[in-house]
Write a new protein. Structure first.
Length: 520
């Protein structure tokens, strides 16, 4: 029976551990998923201002919450055990229990000092960890640059510098944490001395059974000390995790997250026009990038936005796409404030391709169908690829549509990446298509062919193009010219050239530059 009881206990303990591990993993997944969902809901300006390493670190810290929850459950078990044992100890001998309790305030004061020091150092560690993750992502994301300039050693030294900072913080923290164990041992010795002193003091008045009671008290004290030690370990763990928990708490505050509020009204398509009225916008308070812009983008027409670098072209189309919130001024769709529409319905009706192409470390197929919630046949995929002059290249790849293209499409050329992004936008079949210098990496011949194919396929759609080469927008229904964040003129190609204004000068400068390049 003893053996069977022992086996049953081991089986139950095994099942308990399985349950605890499974439940803890469920907690960890749920908390991490919730944290990621929260972070991904932040506005684009938040990610413009934060390093990816910082964001990555803060998401990973969500597991700290699970660790504390698990420790808190154990804390309850140890705490109840300590209370029960303390009650029995008091019942056995009140004077001996008082001797035990007298030492607790002194130990708690010392532990509070240690915990404060650990929290302070852990805050430094949190900042170092953010920098370390940021440095890793920065360097790994810039490998071509590192290789091109033979900066491997410099990159390693830059990473080692942050690692040494982390090591220094860890050593300082461990020096303080290590004090806890000798303090606890001194505490045990002090308790034993006090108990012995009380026993000696009372020895002249011993009665039969007092010795047995004293032995029972010491046995309970020995069993209670591990419970008390766990309480001190938990307090130390809380002190270490406080900076990470503060960072996580900060994620659930809307301050500085630039969250673009979603409207409640579904966007059902553009029938008349996108109207921009007195729009002023700046990424930083008091530093406007756009100044009182007012213009109209007619539905079903091609509108080109041109201007020198830094004129505010990308900012304008990003506001139309609602990547940033509009204020002051207004953007309206068919007379309705763009802020009244839900972001989901608005983005389902739009597609935007920028000069900086974003591709996933997946297959060609996965990149093409990203964000499309309907089945897409291979024929449709190749039709879109054909329009951007990429179909033959994909067919010749080792696994065709299922060929992996590497991180950010590193296995493709710059022009191929842009054309793949264009094909993805066409597959969305958007009512509003925005191209922000989306063909800048193509040579002039290919760019013109692709531009014509896109314009042909986009017939009847609202097409907004920020042009890299002015020759690709000759057929535009309207050209909007920006200069230093201000709208300086708008009209058709011929009218703007005849006016001899900013567009005419821009056209002349580009034509002269292209002529000089050809002569060379």
């Amino acid at each position: 029976l003893i053996i069977l009881g022992r086996v049953a206990k081991l089986v139950l303990e095994y099942l308990r551990k399985l349950f605890v591990v499974s439940r803890n993993e469920q907690y960890r997944v749920a908390v991490t998923e919730e944290t990621f969902s929260r972070v991904i809901s932040f506005g684009r300006q938040y990610f413009d201002e934060q390093s990816l390493g910082r964001v990555d670190a803060e998401i990973s810290w969500s597991s700290s919450v699970v660790g504390l929850l698990v420790a808190a459950e154990e804390l309850l078990r140890y705490g109840v055990g300590l209370i029960v044992k303390a009650g029995v100890m008091i019942a056995i001998s009140l004077p001996l229990s008082i001797a035990f309790i007298v030492t607790l305030p002194f130990v708690n004061v010392f532990l509070r000092v240690i915990n404060r020091a650990v929290t302070s150092i852990s805050r430094e560690g949190v900042e170092v960890e953010r920098r370390m993750r940021g440095r890793v992502l920065d360097l790994l994301g810039s490998v071509p640059l590192v290789k091109a300039y033979s900066q491997e050693r410099s990159a390693s030294e830059a990473y080692a510098e942050v690692l040494n900072e982390a090591r220094g913080v860890a050593v300082r923290r461990d020096r303080i944490v290590s004090l806890r164990y000798p303090v606890e041992e001194v505490f045990v010795l002090l308790v034993m001395l006090l108990v012995q002193a009380v026993v000696i003091y009372m020895s002249g008045d011993f009665r039969p059974g007092d010795l047995a009671a004293f032995g029972a008290f010491l046995l309970l004290l020995q069993q209670a000390l591990p419970d008390y030690k766990y309480l001190t370990v938990f307090s130390l763990k809380v002190a270490e995790e406080i900076p990470r928990l503060e960072a996580l708490t900060g994620l659930y505050s809307d301050d500085g997250k630039f969250i673009v509020p979603s409207g409640s009204k579904p966007f059902r398509g553009l029938r008349d026009a996108i109207e921009v009225e007195e729009l002023t916008f700046g990424y930083n308070s008091g530093v406007p990038v756009l100044h009182e812009i007012s213009t109209t983008f007619k539905a079903g027409k091609l509108t080109a936005v041109v201007g020198h670098s830094g004129a505010g072209k990308t900012t304008l189309v990003d506001l139309i796409a609602r990547f940033y919130d509009v204020a002051p001024g207004m953007i309206s769709l068919d007379g309705a404030d763009i802020r009244s529409f839900s972001l989901d319905s608005l983005h389902r009706s739009m597609a935007i391709v920028s000069q900086d192409v974003w591709l996933l470390n997946r297959s060609v197929r996965d990149n093409l169908i990203f964000g499309i919630d309907r089945p897409v046949s291979d024929e449709e995929l190749f039709e879109a690829l054909h329009d951007v002059l990429l179909a033959d290249f994909v067919r010749a790849m080792a696994s065709g549509l299922d060929t992996e293209i590497g991180d950010r499409g590193v296995r493709l050329s710059g022009g191929q990446r842009q054309r793949l992004a264009l094909a993805r936008a066409l597959l969305r079949d958007p009512q509003i298509l925005i191209l922000d210098e989306a063909t800048s990496a193509l040579d002039s011949v290919v760019e013109l062919k692709v531009a014509r194919a896109i314009q042909h396929r986009s017939s009847g759609r609202t097409l907004i193009i920020i042009a890299h080469r002015l020759s690709t927008i000759r057929e535009a229904d309207q050209i909007v010219v920006l200069d230093d964040g201000r709208l300086v003129e708008s009209g058709k190609w011929e009218d703007l050239l005849e006016a001899g204004g900013p567009f005419s000068r821009l056209h002349e400068a580009q034509y002269r530059l292209e002529s000089d390049s050809e002569s060379v």
